[in-house]
Design a protein. Structure first.
Length: 387
């Protein structure tokens, strides 16, 4: 456990000793009964470790600063415990403190809820939702085993929040969300902070928002992330990424029929890692045809991001796999991607931290000026503006 916390501290130093103490006190292995991994022969996920197989290896895995797949249901749906350093980063962004009332959306195994409860102490309280019945039962059992009295968890759709116990000082969304729901906005007190992985057309970034008015939140973007998506009524499939499981035909086309643009690949290769990430985010908020594709749903490696045109006459895509540019079908898709890249360069390649974010309750329209991008979602509007 101490090594895990030391590794975390190398990534993100603890600004508050209470945060570090929480990670040293809450035993992560108690929230993990089994570990799943991908079997290349079965082309599916299977149990690769548990406490009864090899206690030393299991504990070493449990106390690594890495995400862990701990659950798979009969239909193949997966759930994971996030990297401890990512949880720590979200805690830091929320500025969580003793006495806070915290709402967590997507409790999963219950590990994050336990950490939050340790930080807010006896004068605070943690409320959590988990929509998946079996995962809810796992979380409930895990939390009961550590005898925390300042946590309440419900088996419910997190998009609705928990109205009965509002208002909250902090809301932590522990799954990718394509919407900042009006329920969360109304249940957060003015001056309260919401931290969430926000996805726009498949590209996920961590954001922190402060409620500045009755129906307005304002904040910043921090870094790209990868979380499993929010389920329920406020899920927006068109904003999520796709894996080879959903787009089997695309996988086959990419492997056997796509064309590599060596010249554009060389131009992309000249970018720094941060600049490339910033371009992909720029594309996600600017172009309605942006799409994100993963060879496997559990890993970030091999991500393809770009343009996918669905037309009656001829569909086509243009994707960037790292610094490799591939395209197929309708040439307009590739032309569109290169055009957006030229605009990105003309705008001096703004990085993620250059954007301000505002979230509004849904309105019929909102005036947008130059260097602003408005994304309409189910329950809200998101305005991205450059400094």
């Amino acid at each position: 456990m101490k090594k895990m916390v030391s590794d975390m501290e190398l990534r993100i130093p603890f600004e508050n000793s209470a945060y570090k103490d929480a990670f040293l006190k809450i035993e992560r292995h108690k929230f993990i009964k089994e570990v799943y991994g991908y079997d290349e022969h079965l082309l599916d996920f299977k149990i690769i470790d548990n406490l009864s197989q090899n206690e030393s290896d299991f504990l070493k895995r449990s106390y690594s600063d890495a995400s862990i797949l701990y659950y798979k249901d009969a239909e193949g749906a997966l759930s994971s415990i996030s990297m401890p350093s990512v949880i720590s980063a979200m805690i830091h962004l929320s500025k969580m403190k003793t006495g806070d009332r915290v709402l967590e959306i997507g409790a999963g195994s219950g590990y994050s809820s336990a950490l939050f409860s340790e930080i807010v102490g006896d004068d605070g309280f943690v409320f959590a939702t988990e929509i998946h019945k079996e995962i809810f039962e796992i979380a409930k059992k895990n939390l009961e085993s550590i005898s925390k009295t300042n946590i309440h968890i419900e088996n419910s759709d997190g998009g609705f929040g928990i109205k009965d116990f509002a208002p909250y000082d902090r809301i932590i969304v522990s799954c990718t969300t394509a919407d900042i729901t009006n329920n969360w906005m109304s249940q957060l007190r003015k001056g309260g902070i919401l931290v969430a992985p926000l996805v726009t057309r498949g590209y996920q970034v961590m954001i922190a928002l402060e409620k500045v008015d009755l129906d307005v939140m304002s904040g910043k973007i921090y870094w790209p992330v990868r979380f499993f998506p929010l389920s329920g009524r406020f899920s927006i499939i068109s904003h999520y990424s796709f894996s080879s499981r959903e787009l089997k035909s695309m996988k086959k086309i990419i492997e056997s029929a796509s064309i590599t643009d060596d010249e554009f690949s060389e131009e992309i290769r000249s970018l720094s890692t941060d600049a490339l990430k910033s371009f992909l985010f720029f594309l996600s908020i600017k172009n309605n045809n942006a799409i994100c594709y993963y060879p496997r749903e559990d890993i970030s490696e091999g991500m393809g991001y770009g343009i996918f045109l669905r037309t009656g006459k001829m569909s086509g895509f243009s994707l960037l796999f790292g610094n490799k540019s591939v395209f197929w079908g309708n040439p307009e898709a590739h032309n569109m991607l290169k055009s957006e890249f030229n605009i990105f360069k003309a705008w001096s390649m703004p990085n993620l931290q250059s954007y301000n974010v505002k979230v509004f309750s849904h309105r019929d329209d909102y005036p947008v000026s130059d260097r602003e991008f408005l994304v309409k979602r189910k329950d809200s509007l998101t305005l991205f503006s450059l400094d």
